[in-house]
Design a protein around this ligand. Structure first.
Ligand code: MRU
Length: 388
């Protein structure tokens, strides 16, 4: 497994790789309180649905371990933990992993509510650590299931029976506890000798593709090419060996009950293009990214971000000799600063355009009714939420 780690944790200590400084600098921030985690998530020093949930859960574990809870009774301890989790919940709205993690952590502390403060705190810390540990395991399974499904269903393979794929945004080690979801499938394809070539989009405006995914692909030695978001249609229309795309593989911030999927802005456009070109469109999502409570994509709250993300950009300075000086970073304007800006961080891809949702529990395809049915892979959560 890759040595790239966005989150470093040992009991009482959490360090988070500052993704705003990548790919040029590797700097870990110490995150010791819920306030520091909130700021780290909001400012996108850590991002990606699973990583956001893990950092929030672990930051509160760290502050508890370091004695932040002044409660004396079990009841006060539960309400203290609830209030810290409710605060963290507000850091970013679209990804559902954070909400799902909070729901499960709240359930855990209630199960231990008769054990007094120490018992509740210990149970919380163990449960937060388990979320972190389990995520990598989940991703390895997603990688395995997704690679297998694609090799069985790919409409387009190269002469050597390999596939080329395109991915969007960043869904790798940096967005999770390790291996990644969509990028995890690409990794598994590569490890199995089935990947011909991986393309990644730049992912404007935040450039998670060029800053993070391109970095991870190069780091892993995976044959890869970077394109701008607007080049996807031209790429799909090209039917030359290595650029003959078999599938678009993306992650998810929230997959709702019918399969509609919120993911990084630009995902929807890729799905429309993929359908036009007969290319498979795969969503890789741990079950923690599935929201059974929300019926369709129209109810998903889409996060709006600052205009400066479009009108300004930060990067390492390139010297007159053409060399990148990683010690010098500059922020520059790339548009008129008074122009109006629309900057939704995510869009919703309708289930209709999605061929498969790959989870750690298996691959879900649409039934005859044309919608995804997650009942089989999540029977308990389904029974708890959906009235029959
Ligand atoms: O705004 P970001 O960078 O947090 O958005 C990330 C994405 O859209 C990812 O595709 C998604 O969270 C899945 S990460 C495994």
């Amino acid at each position: 497994m890759s040595g790239l780690q966005a989150i470093r944790y040992s009991r009482g200590k959490l360090e988070v790789l500052d993704q705003l400084r990548l790919p040029h600098e590797h700097h870990y921030d110490l995150v010791s309180t819920a306030e520091e985690a909130f700021d780290c998530i909001k400012s996108m020093r850590v991002r990606g649905a699973p990583a956001i949930a893990i950092v929030a859960a672990l930051a509160h574990a760290v502050e508890l371990q370091n004695g932040s809870c002044n409660a004396t009774s079990g009841e006060e301890t539960v309400s203290y933990i609830d209030s810290r989790l409710d605060y963290l919940f507000l850091s970013r709205p679209t990804a559902v992993d954070l909400g799902n993690a909070i729901t499960s952590l709240k359930a855990v502390i209630r199960e231990h509510s008769s054990e007094g403060k120490d018992g509740i705190v210990a149970a919380y810390i163990a449960a937060a650590e388990e979320i972190f540990r389990k995520d990598t395991e989940t991703n390895l399974l997603i990688g395995e299931h997704g690679a297998k499904w694609l090799m069985a269903n790919a409409p387009i393979k190269s002469a050597d029976d390999k596939v080329s794929v395109l991915t969007h945004c960043n869904t790798g080690s940096l967005a999770t506890s390790g291996h990644g979801t969509a990028l995890g499938i690409i990794r598994s394809l590569f490890a199995g000798g089935d990947l011909r070539h991986a393309f990644c989009t730049e992912t404007r405006p935040y450039n998670q593709g060029s800053r993070l995914t391109a970095f991870e692909l190069v780091y892993e030695g995976i044959p890869a090419t970077l394109i701008t978001d607007s080049m996807a249609g031209a790429l799909f229309a090209t039917r030359k060996q290595e650029s003959s795309i078999a599938a678009v593989i993306v992650g998810a911030d929230r997959v709702v009950r019918n399969g509609d999927t919120a993911n990084k802005i630009g995902t929807y456009a890729l799905a429309v293009l993929a359908r036009h070109h007969g290319i498979k469109f795969i969503v890789a999502a741990p079950t923690t990214s599935i929201d059974l409570q929300t019926e369709t994509g129209s109810a998903i709250k889409i996060e709006q971000r600052k205009p400066e993300e479009l009108t300004q950009i930060t990067g390492a300075v390139v010297g007159a000799d053409g060399k990148v000086d990683i010690s010098r970073s500059e922020r520059v304007a790339i548009a008129h600063q008074d122009v109006g800006v629309w900057n939704p961080a995510f869009d919703v891809t309708p289930a209709e355009l999605i061929d498969a949702v790959v989870t750690e529990k298996g691959v879900v395809e649409k039934g005859p009714s044309g919608v995804f049915d997650f009942r089989e892979i999540m029977p308990e959560r389904w029974a708890a939420v959906v009235k029959s």
